[in-house]
Design a protein around this ligand. Structure first.
Ligand SMILES: Cc1cc2nc3c(=O)[nH]c(=O)nc-3n(C[C@H](O)[C@H](O)[C@H](O)COP(=O)(O)OP(=O)(O)OC[C@H]3O[C@@H](n4cnc5c(N)ncnc54)[C@H](O)[C@@H]3O)c2cc1C
Length: 529
């Protein structure tokens, strides 16, 4: 790695640049170092405390290899709930990679034991997990740029990606890394819905990749919501599996426990306040919650509520592409995107390959982040080894960085339109073609103004790019949901309540000036060659 400084820009070189230092990015950084690459990792916040895992207690998809029927059954079950969009080969790869990876954390993470004395690998405590991953990459010699958000990618004349540029939030000035290849691990976005831990996840990776020409997939599956104590962002959901719900008059709502509570809860919340009773939560779960999610009780304690005795008001926070499943399209076994030299991992990538048409939260997403991070890093390391030199490419950021002409653009108002289109229960849960078409048109109009005139400068440059990224993501989501002219998995259309066998395929989306959608006809692994 080499370093130089010009004016207020820190110039660095590396074989592999990893953008995002959450679960996927840290696993990626470790894998690239182990494969022999010089690695730089840049995170918007502090790597070790930022990203959604840092506040969570993630469970992984964790199934022993023996007897083989265990994994075969798990894959078969997941296929049944994936509605024809996921792929058993990828599921098997993720199960195997996760199984071999988590034990490598010994020495960095203090694993607990279960009642039989076996090491508990499946569920880890998020804050300590992320601290352990930071320790691991520090010990491997990864150069970490904390508080250094990337704003745009660099591209070589042949179209391949050769690094990125960003800002140094604490030290001031800019940074530029010229790299052989780049891994995007910038997470998903919940459109700043107050989902726990997701405030730095604003879809930046999707926008940067699209500017390089990358495609996305599965963006119609952005309508997962999680219950939380009203007025809080505490979206740890384990105890809510045992919840009963009441309306304002104390009438019990007919909402059965299980994964399908989003629609009936949203319908009730559109009519009035909804209250929750967790008194049926079994003792062993009550004991487990503070171990896995030490922060779960905090807002209750602060407001003097005993969640297992008192009824309390609840809300739902939209998860966008965090526990939704869309993201950058993956075209190779090593998690390459459709742009050479650009790899995607974790929530920045689509998780359809494993999760299918339902949320990957609960175990699949974490296992995917662990596995895809390492595959992406190995692919990036191989790509970097084929590049001669580390010459700077051209910076290619557009919206918010290089307007046609500058006029004041109201960032807060823009975000509020995006949130209204992407988070409102009425529009995003009770979808119809008509509503989606209107959303798409409104978002297109705002995009046209934004990309032509918005210019972020000084401290505002990050907020401007983040707003552009969420606006672009909202457009891709609305267009994909309109293109999926049926109901499938999480994506429910009130005007198309049936699943249509002709649409049993992934939907690709892309474009900035004009958004396009198309059917994914490719056989995934063939595209790699
Ligand atoms: C409350 C909660 C609980 C969850 N529990 C589970 C679970 O039990 N099981 C499960 O499978 N999944 C779970 N998930 C989902 C799982 O946590 C995620 O899938 C996983 O953390 C994704 O890892 P990631 O690295 O892709 O994203 P993140 O961990 O979110 O990391 C993204 C990182 O990118 C950085 N970043 C963003 N933009 C930029 C930029 N422009 N420049 C530089 N850095 C940037 C961010 O600061 C962040 O550090 C949960 C999610 C939430 C919200």
């Amino acid at each position: 790695m080499s370093v130089s400084s010009s004016a207020d820009t820190l110039h660095l070189e590396a074989d592999v640049l990893i953008i995002g230092g959450g679960l996927a990015g840290t696993w990626a950084a470790a894998a690239a170092r182990r494969a022999g690459a010089a690695v730089i990792l840049a995170d918007k916040g502090y790597c070790g405390t930022s990203g959604v895992t840092a506040t969570a207690g993630p469970g992984h998809w964790w199934i022993p290899p023996d007897p083989p029927e265990l994994r075969e059954n798990a894959i078969r079950n997941r296929q049944k709930t994936g509605f024809g969009i996921n792929d058993p080969t990828w599921m098997a790869r993720v199960l195997a990679k996760t199984w071999e990876s988590l034990p490598t954390l010994h020495g960095f993470y203090d694993f607990s034991k279960d009642e039989t004395g076996a090491t508990r690998y499946r569920e880890l405590r998020g804050p300590e997990y992320m601290r352990a991953l930071r320790k691991m990459i520090d010990s491997l010699g990864v150069t970490v740029l904390d508080h250094c958000p990337a704003l745009e990618l660099l591209q070589r004349p042949d179209g391949s990606v050769s690094g990125a540029r960003g800002i140094r939030r604490q030290k001031g000035g800019a940074w530029q890394v010229n790299a052989g290849a780049v891994v995007l691990a910038t997470g998903g976005t919940s459109f700043l819905s107050h989902l726990l831990g997701s405030h730095t996840n604003t879809g930046d990776g999707y926008l940067m990749a699209a500017e390089a020409g990358a495609e996305l997939s599965g963006m119609e599956f952005t309508n997962y919501y999680t219950v939380a104590l009203a007025g809080s962002n505490m979206t740890r959901s384990m105890s809510y599996a045992f919840a009963t719900y009441y309306d304002e008059d104390g009438n019990r709502l007919p909402i059965p426990p299980g994964p399908d509570i989003i629609r009936p809860l949203a319908a009730a919340m559109l009519k009035g306040k909804v209250f929750c009773d967790l008194s049926r939560t079994p003792e062993d779960i009550r004991a487990k919650v503070p171990i896995i999610s030490p922060n779960f009780m905090l807002p209750f304690r602060r407001w003097g509520i005993d969640p297992y005795r008192d009824k309390f008001e609840v809300t739902m926070h939209g998860e966008g592409t965090v526990r939704g499943i869309g993201g950058l399209r993956i075209v190779s076994e090593e998690c390459g995107t459709s742009v050479p030299g650009l790899y995607a991992a974790g929530d920045a990538a689509t998780r359809e390959l494993v999760a299918g048409a339902i949320s990957g939260g609960g175990n699949v997403n974490s296992a995917w982040a662990v596995s895809s991070g390492q595959w992406a890093a190995e692919g990036a390391t191989r790509f970097a080894a084929r590049q001669r030199g580390r010459d700077a490419g051209r910076p290619i950021g557009q919206a918010g960085l290089r307007p046609v002409s500058q006029h004041a653009v109201d960032l807060r108002a823009t975000l509020s339109v995006v949130q209204n289109e992407m988070l409102s229960y009425d529009k995003n849960i009770f979808r119809t073609g008509e509503k989606l078409k209107r959303s798409g048109e409104m978002l297109d109009d705002i995009w046209n103004i934004f990309q032509a005139h918005a210019l972020g400068s000084g401290a505002d440059v990050l907020r401007t790019r983040e707003t552009a990224a969420m606006l672009a993501t909202a457009r891709w989501s609305a267009a994909s949901a309109l293109a999926r002219d049926e109901s499938r998995g999480m994506h429910q259309r009130d005007d198309r309540p049936q699943t249509d066998a002709r649409l049993e395929h992934r939907i690709l989306v892309g474009g900035l000036g004009k958004v396009w959608t198309s059917r994914d006809r490719g056989k995934l692994l063939e595209l790699a060659s």
